[in-house]
Design a protein around this ligand. Sequence first.
Ligand SMILES: *Cc1c(COP(=O)(O)O)cnc(C)c1O
Length: 442
Amino acid sequence: MYLYGTQTVNEKGHLTIGGVDTVDLAHIYGTPLLVYDIALFKERAAAFQETFKKAGIQAQVAYASKAFSSIAIYEVAAQLGLSLDVVSGGELHTAVAANFPREKIHFHGNNKSYTELQYAFDEKIGCIVLDNFHEIEMIKEISEARKEKMNVLLRVTPGVHASTHDYITTGQEDSKFGFDLKNGQTDDAFLKLHNHPYIQLLGMHCHIGSQIFETEAFRLAAEALMTKMVEWRQKFKFTCSVLNLGGGFGIRYTAEDEPLHPSKYVEEMESTVLSMARTYNYPLPEIWIEPGRSLVGDAGTTIYTIGSTKEVPNIRTYVSVDGGMSDNIRPALYGAKYSAASANRMLDPHSDKVTIAGKCCESGDKLIEEAFIAQPVEGDLLAIFCTGAYTYSMASNYNRLPKPAIVFCEDGQHQLVVRRETYEDIIRLDIPLQKIGREQSK
Ligand SMILES: *Cc1c(COP(=O)(O)O)cnc(C)c1O
């Protein structure tokens, strides 16, 4: 069994995270409970930051906060000197509530609304990453009306697409995001912004995929963007000061995943950008990156309570837990794989092969197809590892299940940072019948 970060097994045979016994946490806060190892989050952030620092390269490491958005995680990110990517007014509002330094907030998304863009101007955020021509028109209108400046990056699709275990390069990128680098769209976008009195184009951005395990795709993407930057410098005497190469760095969900150390990705980017800058005598741009999953993914562990167990003779044993696709939709949505352990009996042999099922009314609500755990007894605690990214942020109230609580642990201390939803929360937006469909009384 693979333990992450500060995880250990104590003398009672219980899983601990950040020096805190998870069985105690389950008693205090209930289950399902999402537990974050804050020391591990900090370690991951430092690994990216320090690699840039060592090379003496100006950089911003922006936490791509759609992976897990809450006031408390934004507060930790701010303390660490991270920048912050938001993709909606709601995430921006959370950042404002956390009093995140505005100049370090970057706004993403392929369909930002007029209202969201206004909000970004109201808060004077650091940068808007422009995705399409519609946004260019809107941002021109807003900045001219308000006579206010805004920094922007152009999001481009470099024709490099990386996924879990390989990458492909295509001439024409079929993506809903960004301007195509090769068919002239990126140049058109550039010309619409060039020399604008209020819009300051800082440079280019790309994000080539997620859960990537090799560095080659990042090198190709950096080369593609730098090539365009060199062209603009020759043609238009315009120099980009920022090259944003996105996120997508892979993490270990199960034993099959073999992620690289964060420094490896950063070093590949650095050497590509340095060598191209030297070749073309281009002033070295700042490199920005946007890790999401690789900052919070393995720092999160979900603790569930085991309820019913059902044996289908000669086929499999279902072990059901008190959450499921409502708090982690990734297995149902894209076949994501996880590993688990019996959190209250870590020292018992984990030799029972079972399927971990959720409690939602969908046959597809299985969290782990094949898990090895201690012989399950009702009331046992089950830890599913590496659930820190794209779980709570994608959670729903399907079957009107309340969303779980979230607790941060570090140095033997724990603090609730998102409280568990109550049944009152579940109905708080409901409005009982007033007119429509109400039986008429005479
Ligand atoms: C989702 C996203 C990221 C983060 O991706 P991870 O795989 O979580 O690292 C970074 N940048 C952009 C633009 C994204 O959309």
